[in-house]
Design a protein around this ligand. Structure first.
Ligand SMILES: [Zn+2]
Ligand SMILES: [Zn+2]
Length: 550
C-alpha cells in the first residue's frame, strides 16, 4: 500500500443494502462519507440495528479531517452518534440533513460536542487535502447531494442516493449541469448508487404518488394511517396536501416522526397551513373521517408504531374496524417477510391495508437502469466503482457500464472492506480490512456478536435443555441426572428422552474415568448429547451441561 496514493475503502453498503459508509484516505488524512445503519434481518433476533465495523477509523481517529453526509436517510446517517463517540471531526451537511442529524445527536446527548457545518448545493469546501463540491440530486428526501471530491490523484464523483426526477415534489431537479461540468474537468472515478441496478427503464417521478393518495383519501370511510420512514419528509408533504384537499387534519405519531416534522417545518422543508397539524390526543378524539395519522413502521419493525399496532401493543390507540392503512414504502430487501406478516396482522385487526403494488403509494427514490446509464454518460468517468447494493446489484451496474464502453478492467466490483488504490491515474485492488457487522442491541454496541445471534436463533427454534449431573470423585453418579427443558418439543415420550439422556451420560462418564476435569467432561457431554439429539430428531436445542464432582 503506497502512502502517495488515494485509498478508497468501503466500510458499508457494498454487498448489502444499508449502513453506507465510505472512507477516502490520502497520506495521513481521512474523509468519511456517510455513517449509516442497516435494519436487521428476520433471523437476527433482538437486534435493533446494525452499524458498520469502523475499527479502521478508530485506529486512525486522529487522521479524520471531516465527515460529509450526503442526505438524511437512516442508511446514511443512523450511525453518526456511534462514530462521534469515537472520532472528533467536523460534520458537513445540507440544512435538512443537518437538522435530521441534530435530532439524532440531541437524543444521545452529543449535540454540544458535535461540530456541525451547513453546506449548500453548489458550494465548495476544503476538508484537509480534499476539496468537496456539492451538486443537488433528487431522491425521496429533499436536500440530497452528490459529491465532487478533488483529490491529489484526481476528481472523484460520489453520487449518494439519487434519481433523475423531472417533477420532484420540491420542484428542485438533479443538477445535470454540475455533473457534466465535472465531466468536462475529467473524472477519475465514479462511485454510483446501484440499488435499482436490476430495474429496467426509468424510476417514475415522485409525483405519481399524488393521484394514488388522492384516491385513498377519497374512498376511505374511517381513519387513515400512513406508515413511512420518519425521514421521508417529502412523503409528509404529500400526505399533508391530500389531507388538505380532503378536509382532514393530520397528526404525527411517535417521537422521531414528530421531531423530524417539527425540524423540517422550521427549516422550511415542510409547508403546511397552521391549522392542518393537530396533536395526536386531539386527533384521537375527532371523527375517524376527519383525521390522518402519520406513523413509523413501513418495514414492519417490531418497535415501530405500525409493528406495535399489528400486535396490539401500542399504548395510545389501537387499530379499529374501518381504518385504512397505507404502507408508503417498499420492503427493504430481506425485510419482505416481516412486512407481509405485519400486513396480514393489520388485516386481521379489521383494517384495510393498501400497499405497493396494490396501489402506487410508493415510488423508489433510486435511479433505474436508464438513469444509471445517463449518470455514466453525464459524468464520463475513467473508472467505475458501483456502490450501495447487494453483490448482484453491483455486478449488474458493472455490466451496464461495460455495455457503455467502460473497459472491464476499469470497473471495480468489490464488497465492504476492500481497499481500492489510485496512483498516477491507475486503479489497483489493494488489501482487505474487516468490513463486517456490529450489532446494536438496546443501547449496547458490539456486545452482541454473531455467536449470540446464533444462540438466540437456536433458542427460538429448538428451545433449550439443561442436564445436570452429580458424581463422586470416581465419577459414579450419586443420583439420576437432573433434566430441565424449555420450548423443547420432542416427538417421542418424555420417558424415552430421559432414558436416552441417561444412557448418553453413562457413556460419557465411563469413557471419562481417567481423571478428566469438570470442564472437559461437561464439554464431552454436550457434544454427545448434541449428536444424540441430532440422530434421534434432527433438532438442535441449546444445551447446558453441568457436572458437579463432590
Ligand atoms: Zn436514501
Ligand atoms: Zn441509501
Amino acid at each position: 500500500m503506497s502512502l502517495n496514493s488515494l485509498r478508497i475503502l468501503p466500510l458499508g453498503g457494498l454487498g448489502e443494502i444499508g449502513k453506507n459508509m465510505m472512507v477516502y484516505e490520502y497520506e495521513d488524512q481521512i474523509l468519511i462519507v456517510d455513517t449509516g445503519i442497516m435494519f436487521p434481518e428476520n433471523d437476527m433476533l433482538g437486534i435493533d440495528y446494525i452499524i458498520p465495523d469502523f475499527q479502521y477509523i478508530i485506529n486512525r481517529r486522529d487522521k479524520v479531517s471531516g465527515i460529509v453526509i450526503t442526505h438524511g436517510h437512516e442508511d446514511h446517517t443512523g450511525a453518526i452518534a456511534h462514530v462521534l463517540e469515537e472520532v472528533d471531526a467536523p460534520i458537513y451537511a445540507t440544512p435538512l440533513t443537518r437538522g435530521l442529524l441534530e435530532v439524532k445527536l440531541a437524543r444521545r446527548g452529543l449535540l454540544e460536542k458535535a461540530q456541525m457545518h451547513t453546506v449548500q448545493a453548489g458550494e465548495k469546501i476544503q476538508v484537509g487535502v480534499f476539496e468537496i463540491e456539492f451538486a443537488h440530486v433528487c431522491h425521496s428526501i429533499p436536500d440530497g447531494v452528490a459529491l465532487g471530491i478533488t483529490t491529489p490523484e484526481g476528481l472523484i464523483v460520489h453520487t449518494g442516493d439519487y434519481k433523475f426526477d423531472h417533477t420532484p415534489v420540491d420542484n428542485w431537479p438533479t443538477d445535470y449541469a454540475k455533473l457534466s461540468e465535472w465531466a468536462g474537468r475529467g473524472v477519475l472515478a465514479l462511485l454510483a448508487d446501484s440499488t435499482n441496478a436490476d430495474t429496467p427503464g426509468w424510476t417514475p417521478s415522485e409525483r405519481v404518488i399524488d393521484p394514488a393518495f388522492d384516491q385513498v383519501f377519497r374512498e376511505a370511510e374511517g381513519r387513515i394511517l400512513v406508515a413511512s420512514f420518519a425521514s421521508l419528509i417529502s412523503r409528509m408533504q404529500q400526505v399533508g396536501k391530500a389531507a388538505l384537499n380532503h378536509g382532514r387534519k393530520m397528526a404525527f405519531v411517535g417521537m422521531s416522526m414528530r421531531e423530524n416534522a417539527k425540524m423540517a417545518t422550521q427549516l422550511g422543508y415542510l409547508d403546511f397551513p397552521d391549522d392542518l397539524i393537530v396533536p395526536l390526543d386531539q386527533a384521537l378524539k375527532m371523527k375517524p373521517k376527519e383525521v390522518v395519522l402519520m406513523c413509523t413502521g413501513s418495514q414492519g419493525e417490531p418497535t415501530s408504531i405500525m409493528g406495535r399496532l399489528a400486535t396490539g401493543r401500542n399504548r395510545q390507540f389501537d387499530v379499529q374496524e374501518g381504518d385504512t392503512i397505507v404502507l408508503s414504502s417498499h420492503p427493504i430487501p430481506g425485510n419482505e417477510e416481516t412486512v407481509y406478516r405485519t400486513i396480514n396482522k393489520l388485516f386481521q385487526r379489521g383494517a384495510n391495508v393498501i400497499y405497493d403494488p396494490i396501489a402506487p403509494v410508493h415510488v423508489s427514490g433510486h435511479a433505474s437502469q436508464e438513469e444509471m446509464k445517463l449518470m455514466l454518460h453525464l459524468v464520463k468517468p475513467k473508472y467505475l466503482i458501483p456502490i450501495h447494493g447487494e453483490l448482484r446489484h453491483l455486478r449488474q451496474h458493472g455490466k451496464m457500464a461495460e455495455e457503455l464502453g467502460i473497459p472491464p478492467e476499469n470497473i471495480a466490483v468489490v464488497e465492504n472492506g476492500q481497499i481500492i488504490e489510485f496512483e498516477d491515474e491507475l486503479m489497483r485492488i489493494s488489501n482487505r480490512v474487516p468490513g463486517g457487522y456490529v450489532f446494536v442491541d438496546g443501547s449496547r454496541v458490539g456486545d452482541v456478536g454473531p455467536a449470540v445471534v446464533r444462540e438466540r436463533e437456536s433458542l427460538s427454534r429448538d428451545g433449550f435443555i439443561s442436564v445436570s449431573v452429580l458424581v463422586d470423585k470416581d465419577l459414579y453418579q450419586l443420583r439420576d441426572p437432573e433434566i430441565i427443558t424449555r420450548g423443547f418439543v420432542y416427538k417421542y415420550e418424555a420417558d424415552e428422552l430421559r432414558m436416552d439422556i441417561n444412557e448418553t451420560v453413562e457413556d460419557v462418564l465411563s469413557i471419562s474415568k481417567n481423571g478428566k476435569g469438570k470442564k472437559a467432561i461437561e464439554g464431552e457431554l454436550e457434544r454427545a448429547l448434541r449428536n444424540m439429539f441430532h440422530e434421534k430428531s434432527r433438532r438442535r436445542p441449546m444445551l447446558f451441561t453441568n457436572v458437579d464432582i463432590v
